[in-house]
Design a protein around this ligand. Structure first.
Ligand SMILES: O=C(CO)COP(=O)(O)O
Length: 263
């Protein structure tokens, strides 16, 4: 077995919350709660609304906070007559290093399908932005027991046409829709079942080296109190956090998961 050298990643998806002033306060409150050692061990990233990215960039750059930032979406297009869209070049120009792609809320409310998600993954990579490719099943699929096959099909669709070098630059987030914002966290075993299957699939699509290098996050009602148990699973490399990332103390607690003993 090869050694796991994947650096844990905790990403806060702020969704459609916070004015730019509130975003400024939150990123500062978060940074002041985490010391350099903690931020060296665990990669911490915030994902504000587009309107707050510039503010967050200024706060992070100005005070040299060791926190990354990115966007919650990215256009599949390069530039031009696409009213309301934001391109990868625009995001890269603001210093974004991550973009969420294919979040279940965009799949559900904006009809994003795997082909579009795949185009967005490619748009991110073309601008040296790491896509956080979201996959995961709804309650109906979970109850039918086909959640692994369903999630792997989304994975295949999202990564279509990527070579091994490109695939290595992607972060995957497994977010079962029934666990998002519901307080109903998947058990660590549930999350490991699907995330382990994702890693096996990455090995089939590419090879063992690529599968061992790609970070796979869990998302869905992650809190400071359950992060350590989730992170104890061998294939889970971090979390994509929604609600709890809006509270500096709670999100900092998630980022400090490795200071909590797991029974
Ligand atoms: O959708 C999520 C992160 O992208 C998860 O949201 P919650 O943490 O609020 O369940």
């Amino acid at each position: 077995m090869t050694e796991n050298t994947r650096r844990p990643l905790m990403a806060g998806n702020w969704k459609m919350n916070l004015s730019h002033r509130e975003a400024n306060k939150l990123v500062q409150d978060l940074a002041f709660r985490l010391n350099e050692k903690q931020l060296a061990e665990v990669e911490v990233v915030v994902l504000p609304a587009f309107t707050s990215i510039r503010t967050v960039q200024s706060a992070i750059d100005g005070d040299k906070f060791l926190i990354g930032f990115g966007a919650q979406d990215i256009s599949q297009h390069t530039s031009g007559a696409y009213t309301g869209e934001v391109s990868g070049a625009m995001l890269a120009g603001l210093g974004c290093t991550y973009a969420v792609v294919g979040h279940s809320e965009r799949r559900a409310y904006h009809n994003e399908d795997d082909a579009l998600v795949n185009a967005k993954v490619k748009a991110a990579l073309a601008n040296a932005i790491t896509p956080i490719l979201c996959v995961g099943e709804g309650l109906d699929i979970r109850e039918a027991g086909t959640h692994v096959a369903y999630t792997l099909a989304q994975l295949d669709g999202g990564l279509a046409g990527l070579n091994a070098e490109q695939a290595k630059k992607v972060v995957i987030a497994y977010e079962p829709v029934w666990a998002i914002g519901t307080g109903k966290t998947a058990t660590p075993e549930d999350a490991q079942e699907v995330i382990g299957a994702i890693r096996v699939r990455l090995g089939e699509l590419y090879d063992a080296e690529v599968a061992g290098a790609i970070r796979i996050l869990y998302g869905g009602s992650v809190k400071a109190s359950n992060a350590a148990g989730i992170m104890a699973k061998p294939d889970i490399d971090g979390a994509l956090v929604g609600g709890a990332s809006l509270d500096a103390e709670e999100f900092a607690g998630i980022c400090r998961f490795n200071e909590v003993a797991v029974s």
